[in-house]
Design a protein around this ligand. Structure first.
Ligand SMILES: [Zn+2]
Length: 217
């Protein structure tokens, strides 16, 4: 009896202390968390720490100019298990560019991310979600799947931590949410986003290049 209770106590302690137990909760569906406009020395390390500590993986849409400037942060994103997408080189309004300029924005970003060690992206998010037929042709030429979003967290527009948490609470299976790496409120919201998803049986997934929807990693 005594030995049994000791073993039971040990098992309970392990269950409480081992993060893997919570991670093993069943996933009824997957959502695509996305963070745009990085990487940077100022924000990427804290974002990656918060995601890691809360058992979340995300897609980070990097600007090529920042991938070139902060290649170590691109490698850190990959090492933390994030998926790295292309968010243009200089964050222009793409639909105002010529096809050649669009191609340059996308090509240079593919090269900067790959050169930094982030692999060659298969996903592209146009700045401001602005797209047109010419841009879709350029994306296709690079084998890129365009990913806009289902839910806009409005974190770029001064949304509160509560509002960012509530936006994530609206996500359903397969959907993608827009967030950014730079707002302090987004960083602060991450533990509550993780708890909210777990409470609804949803897990953070990758975005499928075949469908543009969130799927199992
Ligand atoms: Zn952006």
């Amino acid at each position: 009896m005594r030995r049994t209770s000791l073993l039971l106590a040990a098992a309970l302690t392990a269950a409480v202390l081992t993060p893997g137990v919570a991670d093993a909760a069943p996933c009824n569906g997957y959502v695509g968390l996305t963070f745009d406009d990085g990487p940077s020395d100022a924000h990427t390390p804290a974002l990656l720490n918060a995601l890691r500590q809360n058992g979340l993986r995300a897609t980070v849409f990097n600007e090529g100019q920042y991938a070139a400037a902060y290649p170590a942060q691109v490698r850190a994103e990959a090492a933390a298990g994030m998926w790295i997408g292309n968010h243009s080189y200089t964050h222009p309004h793409m639909t105002q560019l010529s096809q050649a300029q669009m191609d340059s924005e996308i090509t240079r970003t593919q090269q900067a991310i790959a050169a930094a060690g982030g692999g060659t992206p298969s996903l592209f998010r146009p700045p401001y979600g602005e797209t047109n037929a010419t841009l879709r042709t350029v994306e296709a030429n690079h084998g890129l799947t365009q990913v806009i979003w289902d839910v806009d967290s409005q974190d770029w527009n001064g949304a509160s931590v509560d509002a960012i948490v509530q936006a994530n609470a609206r996500l359903t299976n397969g959907q993608v949410i827009l967030m950014h790496e730079w707002p302090a409120n987004t960083l602060a919201a991450i533990p509550r986003i993780a708890r909210g998803l777990a409470g609804r049986g949803l897990c953070a997934g990758r975005i499928s290049p075949q469908t543009g929807r969130a799927v199992a990693p």
